[in-house]
Ligand binder design. Structure first.
Ligand code: SF4
Ligand SMILES: [Zn+2]
Ligand SMILES: [Zn+2]
Length: 461
């Protein structure tokens, strides 16, 4: 599966150290990468496979290890084994303890021994401040009871097999549920129910390979490159959430849970050259054909795709000391005038600190507010930069379809003129893109008696 634009995803539970992969392990890891599996957490289940997991993680950049003793092997957890595990866990690629837990289905170790080994590893994980990977089969109540005594731990219930009630309790406790191949099985009844209760924020994805192969490969060996099948099925069950949503959010969950990879948070304030830009909304009243928001979340390496819009305090905190910058600019990755009250509040605070304030806008502020807002901005704003984008309405309407349709262009001209008359330094901008008559735009600016800046198409920020 070689897709050019693979969506990244993380397999949070694999057993690639098993002999099933003896002959083609390299290819399996490579295939996973080709399928968009950014990271694989390879999970040990006894001392031998814990050692092998660490070796695997050292060999492959994309692999990390969990070390621990599975309930089946609980009886092997003597002092010597524990000491060896402790030494192993010092390896920086060990990101979790497990798998551990209870398996009352097969009872390959006596119940009391399983419980003892589970508790011992939970305490150990607490001292290491590492998350735990929990295996629970036919032992839901006992597992949840034991975990309750360890409320500080980050917990994933791997290959979640509990019912809706258990999912609700797990969610309430902040555990993650990891969903695997069984979600694709035709007879899977409980998982669709569980997915109705939990949020995407509570989920991670796993293959548990070589076991639990998803449809349509059921019956064959499982491998991490099948993880997108699981993600796809989860997204179908969570519609209207999309496959991308599932991949993005579960990957983020896994990165946070295992403390791996790089998470690039959206920026509220970001610096380019000596200006500080403020990103307060990603909404806009236009849908310009060239709008960078449709192409990327990043401007000059800054992630601007806000998860939610910041409030006054968050903006102030993000600014820090405004005197460090030549100017502070309400940026145009969205239309700041949609948040006029916040703009006024922040600009007022900035003026009290003697900062230079500029607003980048599409010039629709009066239409948005339904009144002339220029008197409200007059003393708060030093400069406005208005996206003129065209020298005539016909071109503007074509390349900048607006919620205000044919009123938009005239309104921005009025806004530009009004700002100038109010004593605000006013600049209009236009891009040197095909189909835009720059001379006409220059003449328009001249008629308005405002400055014009030609921006280069393809240059952002
Ligand atoms: S006005 Fe600016 S933010 Fe809005 S759609 Fe056009 S380019 Fe994008
Ligand atoms: Zn397991
Ligand atoms: Zn497992």
């Amino acid at each position: 599966m070689n897709q050019p634009d693979k969506i990244k995803i993380i397999d949070t539970h694999a057993h690639l150290t098993k002999s099933d992969y003896k002959s083609d392990r390299d290819q399996v890891v490579k295939r996973a990468q080709d399928a968009g599996v950014e990271y694989i957490i390879n999970v040990g289940y006894n001392l031998k496979t814990s050692i092998a997991s660490v070796e695997l993680a050292e060999k492959y950049d994309s692999c990390y290890a969990a070390v621990g003793i599975h309930p089946h092997d609980a009886k092997t957890l003597d002092e010597k084994t524990f000491k060896e595990l402790e030494a192993l866990a010092k390896n920086p690629k060990v990101v979790a303890i497990g798998e551990m837990g209870l398996d009352f289905h097969r009872n390959l170790s006596p119940k009391e021994i399983q419980i003892e080994a589970f508790n011992k590893q939970l305490l150990w994980a607490e001292t290491l401040n590492l998350p735990v990977v929990v295996h629970d089969r036919d032992a839901h109540q006992a597992t949840m009871d034991i975990l309750k005594e360890h409320s500080d731990l980050k917990v994933v219930l791997h290959c979640f097999a509990g019912d809706a009630e258990m999912a609700r309790e797990a969610k309430q406790r902040g555990y993650l549920l990891s969903i695997g191949g069984p979600v694709t099985f035709k007879n899977s009844k409980h998982l669709p129910e569980v997915l109705k209760i939990v949020e995407l924020e509570n989920l991670m994805l796993e293959t548990d390979c070589p076991y639990l192969t998803p449809e349509p490969h059921r019956g064959q060996r499982n491998e991490p490159s099948y993880l997108p099948i699981i993600a796809r099925k989860v997204s179908e069950l969570l519609t209207p959430l999309t496959y991308e949503d599932v991949c993005r959010v579960t990957s983020l969950n896994a990165k946070k849970f295992f403390n791996i990879g790089r998470i690039d948070p959206a920026k509220i304030a970001y610096q380019i050259r000596d200006s500080l830009y403020l990103n307060i909304t990603n909404r806009c009243t236009n849908a310009c054909v060239f709008c960078i928001r449709q192409k990327t979340d990043f401007i000059k390496g800054h992630n601007l795709r806000l998860e939610r819009e910041p409030n006054f305090q968050e903006v102030i905190d993000a600014i820090g000391d405004p005197s460090k910058y030549r100017e502070v600019v309400f940026c145009g990755y969205g239309e700041p005038m949609l948040r006029l009250d916040l703009v006024k509040q922040v600009a007022g605070w900035l003026k009290s600190k003697n900062a230079q304030v500029r607003i980048n806008t599409n010039g629709h502020g009066n239409l948005i507010a339904g009144r002339d807002i220029i008197p409200e901005l007059k003393d708060l704003v030093d400069e406005v930069s208005i996206s003129l984008n065209a020298g005539d309405q016909e071109t503007y309407d074509r390349i900048c379809p607006s919620r205000f349709s044919n009123k938009a262009f005239a309104a921005l001209l009025d806004f530009a003129e009004g700002c100038r008359l109010a004593g605000i330094k006013t600049t209009v901008t236009v891009m040197d893109m095909p189909g835009v008559d720059l001379e006409l735009a220059k003449q328009t600016a001249k008629d308005l008696r405002v400055n014009i800046r030609i921006r280069h198409f393809d240059v952002v920020g």
